[in-house]
Ligand binder design. Sequence first.
Ligand code: SAH
Length: 277
Amino acid sequence: MTQRPGFPVKLSQTTASNPARKTGVGDTGRIAPSRPPSLNPSQTAAKAASAVLPRLDSTVTGLGLDSVAVRARMVRKLAEQGVQDPRVLEAMGQVERHRFVESALVNQAYEDTSLPIGLGQTISKPNVVARMVELLCQGKPGKLGRVLEIGTGCGYQAAVLSHVAGEVYSIERLRGLHEKARTHLRPFRLHNVHLIFGDGMLGYPKGAPYAGIISAAGGEAVPDAWLEQLAVGGRLIAPTITPSGHQALVVILKTSEGFERQVLEAVHFVPLKSGVA
Ligand code: SAH
């Protein structure tokens, strides 16, 4: 049996949500922006993780220390698994993953496992979220500009993205999950996260062009709308069925000459579906 982290923690709200606030697109609130740590490139991934971690204790308040410690352990593990980008490690250390899962699953929130989030959908493993966000940030110093996420789900990855991008547009086709994500995100007060209910296969032209597009659902092919809405120099990360019939992570870079496509490791994401429900 795998060892469970020291949970449950006290699930008090870190910041009181204001019930009087109007709910609408972008009504997700903000938490204090974080500065990327300045790291020497020769530092190892583990050192990069520890450079980020001590800051957590001082920046995360209102939660039992267990949550901070367990999240710090998750970040160290991510670094050992090869996640190197300090922006990504810091974001993964900041976002309280246990607030995005059902209370019965809180004990597993920081394990490297995908978890059910309702309506037959799942939140990806922390390792997969970190890997995809790192791929999105690759080659871009500082913060990304506007980013589009297809498949808001429970809202966890949108919260992670809010730390590495200026604006996050996240679209979900299942109304139940769209509403759930709004509820999950509200206490964090992330004003740069905009939740949209709609069919993400059409992208979201109002926020285009995007510095990055990231899909949390896997399709047969990358929809043309995404390629059109990507900025020149922008990167798209999407699980896609490859000619061999398996789902793999596909990275597409848009250049002034066209598109450069890379097929990476095999993955298992829920299917990309059209229409709303
Ligand atoms: N990033 C999410 C993962 C959610 S799983 C998280 O952190 O929880 C993938 C999500 O993609 C599911 O909620 C599914 O409903 C959604 N999805 C699938 N096809 C979609 C489409 N065409 N447009 C928007 N969302 C879609």
